[in-house]
Design a protein. Structure first.
Length: 430
């Protein structure tokens, strides 16, 4: 008991209200270095880490050497240039062989096994860092009935390129008509879209940078016959074709127009992986809703293009400016649509190509609903198209973008029983 009394008295002597606030009282810190030294001494006695570090430092030797930065940079650029030169030579050889084979016409048969058949023979190859078959392969898009025009000597050249040039890996050739050839064989072409929808093909077939707005109808009728899923797949396929040189945006419309949140809400964004993912998520989450106001979709699409042009006008120099319009039927605002298109084209100096893709049987009536004079009371849903007819013309002038014309059929094959895409048109303003 005496011990407890002494302890209590001692603690009481440490502080009392008359002494003030302990939080502002001076706290001695001279003990910190002493404790640190003792801990370091203890750690060293147990591990010897400091001694090991010192011995390592003592054995290191350093030599100062002056380097000619300009000369080193020249060596690096020369090495890169030599490598690019070899790649160009390989491409030129392959090009010459392919053109020679094309000049002889179709071969009448497949020159190699299908790229997606007999993949059980795949073996790992360190040069490719994946499994391959050391042989050629070919794939043909069924909907185009593409003929084979590549003969065995093309593959022989590809094999020779790989054998005699270090660093050469994949060599492949894709044609607009639908044939695809690859050396060596692997499963790389067996997943996803056909080659004409891959960005490597599109960037070569359409070398200009592209500014693209995808406009998707989400009216209530789009829930019929998987139409909304077809539209989503077509839109996602377009995103797959884009490169970082391109800018893109996406709009959905019914009774209002909607866009992704953030920087893609009012303008196009660079088609980089981050922005592509944002647009993918937006498209995948679309649900059918209410009516079909085309005008809202077109107005928002043109506003997005114009905002992007104001922000970065150089992106619109020597570019293809495109609105891809996906819908399934008659608009609820036929008198407003052409006004919105006309105003939008005025904002964009008449530089925007409008690709329209339709699902279902109602779309032809939608076209005929736009007559020469929207204010004419005699216009009916079945009147002869007037003003619009002048805009549907000359699809050949856009060969670089005609890969889009087969998206509908390609995706239609993926959904059994889906409604066929019935209308494909290009709207051009003179």
């Amino acid at each position: 008991m005496a011990t407890k009394v002494v302890l209590v008295c001692f603690l009481a002597a440490l502080w009392s209200p008359s002494l003030g606030d302990l939080s502002v009282a001076p706290i001695p810190t001279d003990w910190i270095p002493r404790v640190s030294r003792k801990m370091t001494t203890f750690a060293e006695s147990q591990t010897g880490a400091l001694q090991l570090v010192q011995e390592y430092d003592d054995k290191l030797s350093f030599t100062q050497t002056q380097i000619d930065g300009v000369a080193q940079l020249h060596l690096l650029t020369q090495a890169s240039g030599d490598r690019l030169k070899k790649c160009r030579e390989i491409l030129e050889r392959n090009k010459a062989e392919i053109e020679a084979s094309h000049a002889q016409g179709p071969t009448g048969g497949a020159p190699a096994s299908d790229c997606c058949d007999n993949l059980g023979q795949l073996e790992y190859d360190p040069r490719f860092l994946q499994q391959i078959v050391n042989d050629s392969c070919a794939t043909f898009i069924a909907v185009t009935n593409a003929p084979n025009t590549v003969r065995s000597h093309v593959y022989d050249t590809m094999k020779s390129n790989m054998q005699h040039t270090s660093g050469v890996t994949w060599q492949y050739y894709g044609a607009k008509q639908g044939e695809y050839h690859q050396f060596p064989k692997s499963d790389r072409s067996c997943q996803g879209s056909a080659h004409i929808f891959r960005n490597w093909y599109v960037s070569a077939a359409s070398p200009k940078k592209k500014n693209v707005v995808i406009v998707i109808d989400v009216s209530l009728s789009m829930q019929d016959a998987n139409r909304i899923n077809l539209a989503k797949q077509a839109a996602l396929t377009v995103l797959d074709t884009l490169t970082v040189r391109d800018w893109a945006g996406v709009v959905s419309f019914s009774d209002t127009a909607e866009t992704p949140q953030g920087c893609l809400n009012h303008s196009l964004g660079e088609a980089n992986p981050g922005n592509i993912d944002i647009m993918r998520d937006f498209i995948n989450n679309l649900r059918p809703d209410l009516t079909t106001y085309y005008g809202h979709g077109f107005r928002k699409a043109f506003d997005i293009l114009h905002e992007a042009k104001e922000k970065k006008p150089e992106q619109f120099y020597d570019s293809d400016n495109v609105i891809i319009f996906l819908t399934d039927g008659k608009p609820s605002d036929p008198k407003d649509v052409l006004d919105q298109i006309t105003e939008g084209q005025y904002l964009m100096d008449r530089t925007v190509h409008i690709f329209t893709y339709g699902l279902g049987n109602a779309l032809p009536n939608a076209y005929s609903g736009w007559c020469a004079d929207p204010n004419d009371s005699q216009c009916t849903a079945f009147s002869v198209p007037g003003l619009l007819a002048g805009f549907i013309e000359n699809t050949d002038s856009l060969e670089a973008l005609d890969f889009l014309a087969t998206i509908a059929d390609q995706n239609n094959m993926l959904i059994p029983g889906a409604t066929t895409w019935t209308v494909s048109r290009v709207l051009l303003f003179p």
